[in-house]
Design a protein around this ligand. Structure first.
Ligand code: GCV
Length: 663
């Protein structure tokens, strides 16, 4: 399938003061330090100027002396940082490494496309998170686990694809500062187990070279039981010498073949995947074995904390899936090697529309950590509903853990400010596929764009990021910008309103996780219950219940533990409450359920009404694609509203104060 250019579409002509005099690029970087990143930086400038202004930029090598855009190395700047400034009509991009130059080029182009002038431009940026990663859940047969925008563009029929689309993907990712990409699903099975064998070495090398040209390290998800599944050993015990040697040899081979390999991501002992528990070993044993094997090659092991018992009995009210990540890892704090990073989902459950922050953030103090979020909207509308997630990510990053006197937010931790860690950052489960527009819903591209921008500059607001994305994608039209901004900024709240109420989560159709099913997961083995009866709803996670609330540091623990102080939006996550309980908002729980569900639908109606007015102002194809999705969202939001309201009306017998239609 063909593909569009998303926010790097230079086809639309623009005007920006200060660009007229720019006729050339001057590369004041010694020949021996010019690499593929510098070449790609120059090529990007040429491509952009050709598209945006119809002008061919000349290139002068070995000099930074001329009117135009000058690329220069300047010692002493932090890694990947850039300084872009204008002086007398001349633009200079300085960095201490080629990656910084590339980011500077993209920053300049962004400024040209979103701003009105380059006069007085003076931007210095240094990314604060060392690792800014996209995790693709692509399978080698071309399918994508939780993929909502077509098939994989990395794999097809068990082969690796490297083509024009790969290059455009790398450009898009690099333009927002992504510097690491995992190409295959964490559920590593079948052919994917063989990614570390001869079979795929050449193609992986080729792919990694494309990535390297844009400052992206290639990562692979690893099958923990590979020594057995490749038919070479009888065991995968991390303390067995034979197993350890096997991994050392395998890693020497893989890194020898793929020089730009960053390392591996591992899902172990989770949802049926193999892991060290089989041998009575800990996750530190497992992770460290692999870390030792990759250390000689500068490799990193990213080990996921999404470990829980997915064979739970719904009758068992003491086992709490929310506790499991914490319980499995907190005792291992400080036991991981330096080149291991624990990757922790933002919440203790699984990317619900609302969850508390994972208590391992702030719990772990001696371990490298990364935040894992999901821009593939598995539980937030699957890229058919619009749901701009950057406001949620901002809230998560701003959460105070109280793990230190100051600089103790999640952002501080994953930027290395709290515990001084060098190996940390943020990863997002990717939302791309081979759809023409990459992300199914055109507006879902704002999550891809936004994730990268946020990871590079976490100080940006969700609104600033949204405005940038809108201008880059659709141009600088006031009505388009304000309308799209309104939709994006209201979309998470709208979705939360018509979804499961007050932090309880789930209530989706099992397996494919789309559409309402209040009891879909209520009697299942997955540990995801709402415990509603005719009197009330919610899971008691206080000390009288599962004790989960007490896993946080004070004062968070006391606040969550106390039903009077617990924030409304998380009340049912932490407490089982009567329907008649008065929330801080002044409404009862049941009235809140009704009101929020009616409001959610009204919000969607308002978004769609505003969007319709953009007809003729957006490219016809994108407008039609979005209209189709909005029409579905409108109808589907009603389904959510009516099923949830009706369920709780029938369960509680309490009518809506406002007498609206509930069935
Ligand atoms: C890749 C959830 C998803 C699974 C996913 C898993 C994970 O359970 O539904 O599809 O597996 O999370 O994050 O490992």
């Amino acid at each position: 399938m063909g593909f569009e250019q998303a926010w790097l579409d230079y086809a639309r002509k623009i005007s920006c003061e200060g660009t007229d005099g720019i006729e050339a690029v001057f590369v004041g970087i010694d020949d021996d330090r010019q690499d593929i990143l510098i070449k790609n930086s120059v090529a990007e400038l040429q491509k952009a100027f050709a598209g945006l202004f119809g002008r061919k930029l000349a290139v002068h090598m070995g000099t930074a002396d001329g009117d135009g855009i000058c690329l220069l190395f300047r010692e002493g700047m932090p890694a990947e940082a850039y300084h872009v400034y204008e002086n007398g009509g001349k633009i200079t991009i300085e960095a201490s490494d080629s990656q910084g130059i590339l980011y500077g080029v993209f920053a300049l182009l962004r400024q040209m496309q979103t701003g009105d002038s380059l006069r007085g431009l003076d931007l210095t940026k240094a990314p604060v998170m060392p690792m800014r990663m996209l995790d693709h859940w692509d399978n080698m047969d071309g399918s994508i686990e939780r993929g909502y925008s077509g098939e994989s563009f990395f794999f097809e029929k068990n082969e690796i694809l490297v083509n024009e689309r790969t290059v455009t993907y790398a450009r898009l990712a690099a333009s927002v500062g992504i510097n690491a990409v995992v190409i295959n699903n964490v559920n590593v099975k079948d052919a994917a187990t063989r990614l570390i064998t001869e079979r795929y070495a050449d193609k992986l090398k080729e792919l990694s070279e494309v990535f390297a040209g844009y400052g992206i390290r290639l990562y692979l998800s690893l099958n923990y039981a590979a020594p057995m599944e490749l038919g070479e050993l009888q065991s995968a015990d991390p303390l067995s010498e034979e197993v350890r040697d096997w991994w050392k040899r395998r890693m020497a081979f893989v890194f020898g073949q793929i020089p730009n390999l960053g390392g591996f991501l591992i899902k172990a002992d989770s949802e049926g995947r193999p892991g060290p528990f089989t041998y009575g070993r800990t996750h530190a044993d497992g992770a460290n074995m692999l870390a030792e094997a990759v250390a000689p090659f500068g490799g990193t092991i990213i080990w996921r904390c999404f470990v829980y018992n997915c064979q739970q009995d719904w009758r068992d009210e003491k086992t709490d899936r929310a506790r499991s990540g914490y319980d499995n890892f907190i005792g291992l704090d400080g036991k991981f090697l330096d080149n291991v990073i624990l990757q922790i989902k933002n919440g203790p459950m699984d990317f619900q529309v609302r969850e508390p922050v994972h208590p391992l953030f702030g719990g772990l103090t001696k371990t490298n950590q990364m935040l894992e979020v999901q821009i593939a909207q598995e539980y937030t509308g699957q890229q058919r509903h619009v749901c701009y997630l950057i406001p949620m990510f901002r809230e998560i990053l701003a959460f105070r853990t109280y793990a230190a006197k100051e600089h103790d937010t999640v952002e501080d931790i994953v930027c290395g400010r709290t515990f001084g860690q060098k190996n940390c950052g943020m990863a997002a489960v990717a939302n791309t596929g081979n759809d023409e527009n990459w992300t199914g819903h055109d507006m879902a591209a704002a999550n891809w764009y936004g994730f990268g921008r946020l990871a590079f500059e976490p100080e940006l607001s969700a609104e600033e990021i949204a405005r940038e994305w809108i201008r880059l994608t659709f141009g600088k039209d006031k009505q388009v910008e304000e309308t799209m901004l309104y939709i994006l900024m209201n979309s998470w709240k709208a979705y939360e309103n018509y979804n499961a109420p007050l932090g309880i989560g789930w209530m989706v159709n099992p397996d494919y996780h789309y559409g309402p099913s209040v009891d879909g997961y209520e009697y299942s083995r997955w540990g995801t219950y709402h415990r509603a009866d005719h009197l009330g709803i919610g899971v008691d996670r206080s000390s009288a219940g599962t004790g989960y609330a007490l896993l946080y540091r004070e004062p968070n623990a006391s606040v969550y533990h106390d039903r009077e102080r617990c924030p409304d939006e998380l009340l049912l996550f932490f407490h089982h409450m009567p329907y008649t309980w008065k929330l801080k908002s002044g409404k009862t729980v049941i009235q809140h359920i009704y009101d929020s569900h009616f409001e959610g639908v009204e919000m969607v109606d308002e978004m769609v009404e505003r969007f319709e007015k953009l007809e003729g102002k957006l490219p016809e194809k994108s407008y039609q694609r979005m209209m189709e999705r909005f029409a579905h969202q409108k109808e589907h939001a009603r389904e959510w509203r009516d099923q949830i309201n009706t369920y709780f009306y029938r369960k509680s017998g309490i009518p809506d104060e406002k007498g609206r239609n509930i069935y």
